[in-house]
Design a protein around this ligand. Sequence first.
Ligand code: ADP
Ligand code: MG
Length: 613
Amino acid sequence: MSTATPQKFEFQAEIKQLLDIVIHSLYTEKEIFVRELVSNASDALEKLRHTQITEKDVFDDKAELEITLTTDDKAKTLTIQDFGLGMTKAELIENLGTIAHSGSKQFLKALGEGAQKNASLIGQFGVGFYSAFMVAKSVKVYSHSWRAAEPGHVWTSDGSGSYEIEEASDLRRGTKIVIELKDDCGDYAEDWKIKEILERYSAFVSFPITLNGKRINTVQALWLRSKNEIKDEEYTEFYKFQSHAHDEPRLRLHFSADAPLAINALLFVPQNNTEKFGMARSEPAVSLYCRKVLIDAKPKDILPEWLRFMKGVIDSEDLPLNISRETMQDRSLIEKLNKVVTKRFLKFLADESAARPEAYNEFYAEFGVFLKEGAALDYTHKEQLTKLLRFESSLTEKGKTTALADYVTRMGADQKEIYYLIGPSRAAIESGPYLEGFKARNLEVLFCYEPVDEYVMNNVREFETKKLTAADHADVKLADLPKPEGALSEDDTKQLTTWLKETLGTRVEEVKASDRLVDSPALAINSDKFMSPQMRRMMKAMKKDGADEPVKVNLEINPRSAVMKRLFETHVSAPEKAKLVAEQILDNALISAGLLDDATPMVARLYKLLESV
Ligand code: ADP
Ligand code: MG
């Protein structure tokens, strides 16, 4: 028997509460109702597909498994139709009138737990079907179950506390939802508006979606397909589409995991580091999906800061379920995702560096600065990141790099520390006086060319229990070398260093014979514990206080050098001239150390010296 007149039902108390919040919410992203209704349609189609496998007798069996949306900007309506499994009358009452289902229930639970920002919670959970009432004056749900014997019905409500159900004839299988929009929500009856929303949130839904007859979703959710079926071109096309990019991805990682979370991820490293040329800091761009439906396009904590150059997609089925078991303050699910994906990506980079070192080095040249940032700041991943760092060194050719692990294998039995030097270029470091003592003792020195390197080395501190030590640091002690013939004697050296200290006065803290010098006559060692030459330069550039304080240096001299031997003679025979030479030697050493602030006095002095030639 058919029910000729509409039958009226009260919503369950919790639903009334929910509707009240949804309707009166000032939530600005009302558009998520489209995402929710399309997801429901997609779920219904998915369920039908399973039903078709087991059941022979499915109503309207030829109906396409697709979702169609139509807008009517005159009538101010939006219609969403699917040919999914539909609902019987009992199911309409059960599903749309009570609160047995996941999303909305959780929403209420979170509210109960004292979450205050109701509005933003709507976006987080999506309140499912009921989100339609954010924009609707009234909602009509026409539905015909896949069960041929059941009649079709229309469910109607204005969201104010009750709904009606009436039998309806001539329905196709599935569900058609007609939304009559509120006066201030007329936009959602515009084709362009719905198109934009569908493209944002529902681009990867697996069933065809058409809007006013035009197909919307043409790109597949590639991340859910099996790797070995996907061609490179498909990956590239996907990358360009998903990341709004124009380049070819440099690296990609496609993986899935089951434990501790079900994750499907497809991550890309772009060609270029856009921060490199002083461009703005990159925004997180790896999007978070739950079963092909966008949850958040730019989630903040899904990856560590230093991975902000990455693009792509992380999809986790566990997301809504898990979120629903936890309060909003509890970040543990996101943290877990972060941990799994980051670990996986680091392992991927380690594998890449071994399997394709050339490509890895090119990647490193572009993005290494992010790995350094991570090594310096992210304690959790420091160890793995430090292994990924690369440097040129005194033993590599120009342009070739070495890993710290390889450096360590080359260390002699007596070498306890890993040495590095910071300078603007290879040429600058090699022509400076600091390297020669290490070279003479067969000690490898890493070369660091970037301003951040000092900070990174100081923070990383050690690798495999070996301390990272600046080769120009005042504390570095080197083993004795055999004394070559013709060096100044110890007494003479002592006399010379004492004279130099007297002559140079406050310009130097200390003068002593060096164990680091082989060819150069002298070098300056920064003896300021609180400010390295690099820091000093940076502060000067930024015009910070303290940068103009006189430098504190130790002068180390080379008793084997011809210049020192000559100076030893002249400091007795021609003390005036010797004084000029001493000053000049100090200035030369300061230039090499990057510590000479003002070269003007030097020019005058050089002319004086030239006069006496
Ligand atoms: P959820 O999708 O989280 O279960 P919703 O509020 O979005 O919560 O939907 C409630 C229920 O209504 C769904 O679980 C489903 O059983 C039913 N439903 C909603 N939309 C459709 C549809 N288009 N076709 C069939 N059933 C639907
Ligand atoms: Mg839903």
